[in-house]
Design a protein around this ligand. Structure first.
Ligand SMILES: [Mn+2]
Length: 502
């Protein structure tokens, strides 16, 4: 009995000591590894789910992404079209997938470009037929030069497949869809009216619920991003420019073999933190200011999305803390609503309520039941994440286990926000009333963004390893700089190269 009590005391001491210790920069855990069999099983399951949604006597045709021009004869890094990747994990250009459903029987075909030594001399190794089979688990591989012929036959013989499922723009207004699904749209225009069905709703539904396999990849993207954020925090005190902080962050993405960033990194110091999508990183880093970093890695087509706002010198001022605490409380309030059966709207409303009350207390709004708070919080609470950083899926559906989204409330006291109010008596009265508070909090921008998973019982914060509470951030900032070297530019590797002073 005595021994048990002593043991329990020791355990609790150990754990409380552990809980208080600031988390030093952590290394990304090893990347998830899947056997061929695991991957093939997962992909076969996804294809079966798609086929189950197709009507009988129909066919689904997926085109690979087109290369995107950077300039002249230089393309952007190639990125496969998400739904084709979702069903095959094949990353090369000019690949197509056809799923046919006839009398209840489903057949799957990959059109694959033939290997070509001349092409490979310039552009590297292409998949062999065996590679394509092993990666996708699809056994029928046809030469891609036959693809156009196949499409023409399909167009000419409606009896072969009554319906053709294609990824298509959502109408005339969908300019992004029109660009992304250009070839699909062109092919659809050659088909008799009524034969095409937009396949996107099928994928939108399926991709909204992440499988355990997908969650491992997404978690890895999140882990890489967390290490990147930690490195940036640890070095920020020694950086002179925002781009230097960005370099420390993105160094980790590359070092950990991320595909790329999931979206251009936002690294904004001081007033730049009040610009939602600030991407220039050309301003100085100043002690006493807040730094907002909204940046994340993409790994195997899955993108994280994480934002933190922290003091460059490691200590929040009173005014910074006032704003930060409201945003933090709003995020907490939103998270408390998250569980299966709840809705995105409920989480948004919970965050809104905290922000309205907080801004009212600080004197930044005069009426908490009006839309005034939108002057300082002008975006939504969050979005689905996955293969797109703003992933597919309906926001009306009740939350269900496997859905992953961001919780990202923010408050931005933009220096010019009051200049753009309408010239009405009401707006001008608002301006006069909030002016003292505005002058006090001017140029402070705070956003906190985490990636959360709906579980059968509630919520799992997938990005919880990155400090979020003010006291945890301050504790981290005290310890971290001593743990991470700051990448200094080499003064001169060669005597004849002159470098400007650092
Ligand atoms: Mn986001």
């Amino acid at each position: 009995m005595k021994a048990t009590v002593l043991f329990l005391i020791l355990i609790s001491l150990t754990f409380s000591a552990y809980a208080q210790a600031p988390k030093v920069p952590i290394a990304t855990p090893p990347a998830p590894v899947f056997s061929d069999r695991e991957r093939q099983t997962e992909l076969a399951k996804r294809r079966a789910q798609v086929a189950a949604q197709m009507q009988d006597n129909s066919v689904l045709v997926l085109f690979s992404a087109e290369p995107k021009l950077y300039t002249g004869d230089v393309d952007y890094v190639f990125r496969q079209e998400n739904d084709l990747f979702y069903l095959t994990e094949l990353k090369e250009q000019n690949i197509s997938l056809v799923i046919e459903k006839k009398n209840g029987a489903v057949s799957e075909t990959v059109f694959l470009p033939k290997r070509n030594p001349q092409f490979e001399t310039w552009n590297g190794k292409r998949y062999s037929i065996e590679d394509a089979k092993r990666i996708s688990g699809i056994n029928t591989i046809v030469d891609a030069t036959k693809f156009n012929e196949y499409l023409q036959t399909l167009a000419k013989t409606p009896s072969s497949s009554e319906r053709i499922y294609l990824l298509l723009p959502d109408g005339e207004q969908d300019s992004e869809g029109k660009r992304e699904y250009r070839r699909e749209s062109e092919f659809a225009s050659t088909l008799a009216t009524g034969r095409t069905v937009n396949a996107r709703p099928i994928f939108d539904d399926l991709r909204q619920i992440k499988s355990p396999y997908e969650l491992k990849l997404l978690q890895h993207a999140i882990d890489i991003s967390i290490e990147g954020h930690m490195r940036a925090w640890a070095t920020v005190g020694r950086a002179s420019w925002e781009y230097e902080v960005q370099a420390e962050l993105e160094y980790v993405f590359k070092r950990r073999n991320a595909d790329y960033w999931g979206y251009p990194s936002i690294v904004g110091c001081g007033p730049n933190a009040t610009t939602l999508h600030y991407e220039e990183s050309q301003s100085p880093v100043k002690a006493g200011q807040l730094m907002l970093i909204d940046a994340a890695a993409e790994y195997s087509h899955y993108s994280a999305d994480i934002t933190r706002t922290f003091p460059v010198n490691g200590k929040f001022t009173k005014e910074q803390a006032d704003i930060y605490q409201i945003v933090y409380d709003a995020q907490e309030a939103a998270a408390k609503t998250v569980k299966p059966g709840s809705t995105f709207a409920e989480a948004s409303a919970a965050a809104d309520k905290v922000i309205r009350e907080g801004l009212f207390k600080l004197g930044l709004i005069t009426d908490k039941d009006s839309a005034e708070y939108r002057v300082w919080y002008m975006h939504g609470l969050g979005h689905w994440i996955g293969m797109n950083v703003h992933d597919v899926g309906s926001y009306q559906k009740p939350l269900a286990p496997g859905m992953v989204f961001t919780l990202e409330p923010g408050i931005y006291i933009r220096a010019d926000a009051l200049d753009y109010l309408p010239n009405t008596p009401k707006a001008q009265a608002f301006k006069a009333k909030v002016l003292p508070a505005f002058e006090k909090y001017k140029n402070i921008g705070v956003r906190i963004e985490d990636d959360v998973l709906v579980t059968p019982t509630g919520i799992d914060w997938l990005s919880k390893a990155l400090p979020r509470k003010m006291e945890d951030i301050e504790a981290f900032m005290k310890v971290a700089p001593t743990k991470v070297p700051f990448g200094k530019t080499t003064p001169s590797l060669f005597p004849y190269v002159s470098h400007s002073a650092e």
